[in-house]
Write a protein that binds this ligand. Structure first.
Ligand SMILES: C[S@@+](CC[C@H](N)C(=O)[O-])C[C@H]1O[C@@H](n2cnc3c(N)ncnc32)[C@H](O)[C@@H]1O
Length: 274
């Protein structure tokens, strides 16, 4: 008999939180159970107790579980229509208003593709405006909870399939092929992006002066009260009339909805109410 025997899901989740440091209670339980079962099967165990033993015994399983729970799938220019809307309808006015001094947050940036995408997009819009020199005024904070993903974001070298939704001319312009077949994001883009760890459920935003926050395909994993708390925090972290971009299937529900105006329903682009 061990302390791990005969655990129900809730007890197991509490033990797991202690193992992973993740606030599992804030994640939707159906998703959690499904993903945990996938890892249990991969380890060939059938009970939560045995899975905790497997986690105790194998360091690498902790990381696999974290990967499975946090789902860090991403790509450059993921959902290109959203970026096209930002480039045409949002960024030109913002850049002119702030003379290029934009502060942007890619919250839940996974391995960094989204944060570098924003910086590339700003560079393209600045070129169109004839203000190339303003790029050095941009600052993009790229944060995630998953340390492995953040290491990849810092390295900024990606396989070609990370660019499957990117115009080849844009990839060519802002990334360079490396001898080992990867694409390294250009220094002028990397220089504007700062990568750091931040738990959206527990930590405060790094600034209260963001002009634009991209938090795409992240809140969908959180339960409703955690989503509402986070969206309140985002509203506090945005400048008045600052922009929030959610993922294509995400939406703002509840009391916090009053703090935002929906400016493009299909692309889930919101503006902080003044
Ligand atoms: C599906 S990815 C989204 C990546 C990117 N935003 C995109 O849309 O392509 C979800 C990311 O949310 C991160 N995440 C999950 N829970 C988090 C939390 N509590 N705090 C910060 N990031 C979290 C995961 O680590 C993962 O990298």
């Amino acid at each position: 008999m061990t302390r791990h025997q005969d655990l129900g899901f809730l007890e197991f989740a509490a033990e797991l939180s202690a193992h992973t440091g993740l606030d599992l209670q804030a994640y939707k339980s159906r998703c959690l159970r499904r993903r945990i079962l996938v890892r249990m099967r991969a380890c060939g165990v059938h009970t939560y107790a045995d899975y905790l033993r497997a986690l105790d015994a194998r360091d690498e399983e902790r990381q696999r579980l974290l990967d499975a729970l946090t789902i860090n799938v991403t790509r450059f220019f993921r959902n290109p229509e959203t970026w096209a809307f930002l480039a045409d309808q949002v960024l030109p006015a913002l850049l002119q208003e702030r003379a290029g001094q934009l502060r942007i947050w890619s919250a839940g940036c996974a391995s960094g593709e989204e944060a570098y995408t924003v910086a590339m997009l700003v560079a393209l819009v600045l070129e169109r405006l004839g203000r190339r020199g303003w790029l050095s005024r941009l600052r993009v904070d790229a944060t995630d909870i998953d340390r492995e993903s953040l290491l990849r974001a810092e390295a900024a070298a990606y396989p070609a399939n990370a660019f499957s939704e990117t115009d080849p001319a844009v990839r060519q312009r802002f990334a360079h092929p490396t001898p080992d077949g990867q694409w390294l994001v250009a220094a002028e883009v990397r220089a504007q992006v700062r990568v750091g760890r931040l738990d959206l459920l527990q930590d405060q935003p790094l600034s209260r002066e963001y002009d634009l926050i991209c938090c795409r395909n992240v809140v969908i994993y959180f339960d409703r009260p955690s989503q509402e708390r986070l969206l309140q925090r985002f509203a506090d972290a945005l400048v008045p009339r600052g922009i929030l971009v959610l993922g294509k299937v995400e939406t703002i529900l509840g009391e916090v909805r009053r703090r935002y105006e929906l400016i493009e329903p299909r692309e889930r682009v919101y503006r902080r109410a003044a």
